[in-house]
Design a protein around this ligand. Structure first.
Ligand code: MN
Length: 154
């Protein structure tokens, strides 16, 4: 759980695309041995008075998030760039202003298109379970779908 100790400023102006005053840039994850590439995390809203937390993730061109699933859901709004997203058995292109909902225990991954970053807002429960990675068998099952195999190989 990420909770800031200091109260949030009422106004934190944008300083550029994917950049806000008083919002530090963090590593995507702290865990070692979890696959991902060229992706950062910013917590935009987090307060004990909120049951949720709003984060901003940004992948450099060709970057990707971890292929994972968990009990908690994600509510995503694409803010900048282009990429592709796997949700369950479906791979879709995503672009600014698209909404993506990731249900509980559904495999998901975001990948930025080569040559463009991909930035998105992601709302989650402040208290949430730890992501699960696919076993080799679960990954092989996903890759039986040619579209998913192509997406995972990008
Ligand atoms: Mn996730």
């Amino acid at each position: 759980m990420t909770m800031n100790d200091e109260p949030l400023s009422h106004f934190r102006p944008a300083q550029g695309p994917g950049d806000w005053a008083e919002v530090p840039v963090h590593a995507y994850k702290q865990e070692a041995g979890v696959p991902f590439k060229d992706i950062t995390r910013r917590v935009l809203f987090s307060s004990p008075e909120l049951a949720g937390e709003l984060r901003y993730f940004e992948m450099a061109p060709g970057g990707y998030s971890t292929l994972e699933r968990h009990d908690h859901v994600h509510a995503v709004l694409i803010l900048r760039g282009r990429g592709h997203c796997l949700v369950g058995s479906e791979v879709r292109a995503v672009a600014p202003n698209d909404l993506v909902y990731i249900p509980s225990m559904t495999w998901h991954q975001f990948r930025a298109t080569e040559g463009e970053p991909l930035g998105f807002l992601c709302l989650v429960n402040a208290e949430r379970d730890k992501p699960q990675l696919p076993t080799p068998e679960e990954r092989a099952a996903l890759e039986r779908d040619p579209a998913i195999a192509k997406f995972l190989a990008e």
